[in-house]
Design a protein around this ligand. Structure first.
Ligand SMILES: C[S@@+](CC[C@H](N)C(=O)[O-])C[C@H]1O[C@@H](n2cnc3c(N)ncnc32)[C@H](O)[C@@H]1O
Length: 395
């Protein structure tokens, strides 16, 4: 028999619940609710559950004589059974709304943009004192999330390293789709929030931004983070950058990823006198990914890929050995759509992408919902393998 437990099941909003010395205290979210239960022999459980006589009651006093008679006929014993609801039970919204003080509760941050394992928040200043706690709750409540960051909007003179700060989880800012061996071309790199962590992972990066101020801070960040050997910066229009990127990587290959530090067991082997030295890893000539984070217009730049590898654009270089159908780069393009339904949004984005490329995109195409930016505006990231036929098309 179930009791009307839902009326007990809420967390008081704006109560500051869950905070102890400014830290998240998960124990405070424990709620024990007594439930009125009927104890019967196992073989009678089904009869009780299916009986039309049994309805929801919240109190023993509410039970009608009909129910009491029925229970008696089934030799059921009425007992009070406590059910415990803990931190794991509540949603991130329940918890965040409970933690924040009353005056901040109304505009509490509830959404976040999600890129791979990273959740990006954009907290307003009044929520910053609670940033680590909010980050922790989001991390706890989203199983695929390993890193929660807060985007910092201002670029000023002191701000030279990162435009995001870690709130909770692992300091791994590179989305898993990149391997350390990869070469990444970041067409709209900004000050490098993507390019620099990718290089820290071992990727070689061609990073570009048309804005001279972004470019200036990009180069400063590259130096500051000591990834000069792996990141090359450019200040060009995105379309020109795409047209030049393949030839640049071919003519002046990028360095191999730094060798990972050998493990202790490997060190011993390496010291053995007859162990030959490891062959140097080859320099990298082939671009594996294009990142295009300019959601308003990035799709419009996709026509720059048309014929980009054809001999007439490649200036006599034969790039066909380097890029075959399976090894064409993946393009990750941020964009907006007014379609709210997933299937319609995907169809809309696909149609615009294919129109610009002049070719269809194949099976390796995925649509990643990033966030809602306005009531009728959704942000997505579409990833697709650059069609071989589009890149080698002759005019
Ligand atoms: C949305 S920001 C993305 C920056 C960064 N990738 C990030 O994730 O924070 C877009 C960037 O594209 C740059 N941009 C705008 N138009 C461009 C163009 N035609 N060519 C190259 N970069 C451009 C802007 O200066 C800006 O830094």
């Amino acid at each position: 028999m179930s009791e009307g437990i839902s009326k007990h099941l809420f967390l008081p909003k704006g109560s500051g619940l869950g905070l102890k010395d400014g830290k998240l205290d998960k124990n405070t979210f424990k709620k024990v609710i007594p439930v009125l239960a009927a104890k019967v022999a196992p073989e009678k459980a089904g009869v009780l559950l299916k009986s039309p006589v049994m309805k929801r009651y919240s109190d023993q006093a509410d039970l009608s004589p009909e129910v009491l008679d029925f229970l008696k006929s089934q030799s059921a014993e009425l007992v009070s059974h406590p059910i415990e609801f803990g931190y794991d039970y509540w949603t991130a919204d329940d918890i965040i709304h409970a933690i924040l003080p009353e005056e901040l509760e109304a505009g509490a941050p509830s959404g976040f943009a999600n890129v791979g394992h990273i959740a990006h928040l954009n907290l307003r200043p009044e929520y910053l004192p609670y940033k680590h706690i909010i980050g922790q709750v989001i991390l706890d409540k989203n199983p695929t999330c390993r890193t929660v960051v807060n985007k910092l909007d201002n670029i000023d003179n002191q701000f030279r390293v990162f435009r995001m700060e870690l709130l909770a989880g692992e300091p791994d800012f590179v989305v898993t789709q990149f391997k350390r061996e990869d070469v990444v071309a970041d067409v709209f790199a900004g000050v490098g929030p993507f390019a620099i962590p990718a290089a820290k992972k071992g990727c070689a990066v061609l990073a570009n931004d048309l804005n001279p101020s972004s470019y200036k801070y990009l180069t400063m960040n590259i130096a500051e983070n000591r990834v000069d050997s792996l990141v090359r910066a450019f200040c060009e229009d995105g379309r020109a950058f795409i047209r030049n990127a393949f030839n640049r990587a071919y003519d002046d290959p990028l360095p191999p990823p730094p060798q990972p530090k050998p493990r202790r067991s490997e060190l011993k082997e390496m010291r053995a006198p007859d162990t030959p030295p490891l062959p140097p890893a080859p320099r990298r000539q082939r671009i594996n990914h294009f990142v295009m984070n300019l959601p308003d217009t990035a799709i419009l730049f996709l026509d720059a890929f048309r014929g980009v590898l054809a001999p007439e654009n490649a200036g006599g270089r034969d790039l066909s050995g380097l890029y075959d159908a399976a090894s064409m780069p993946m393009v990750h393009c941020h964009c907006f759509t007014r379609e709210l339904e997933l299937a319609k949004a995907e169809a809309d984005i696909r149609q615009r992408v294919e129109e610009k490329l002049g070719h269809t995109v194949g099976e390796e195409t995925s649509f990643h919902w990033v966030r809602s930016v306005a009531p009728q505006k959704e942000m997505y990231c579409v990833s697709f393998r650059l069609p071989h036929a589009a890149a080698f098309a002759t005019s």
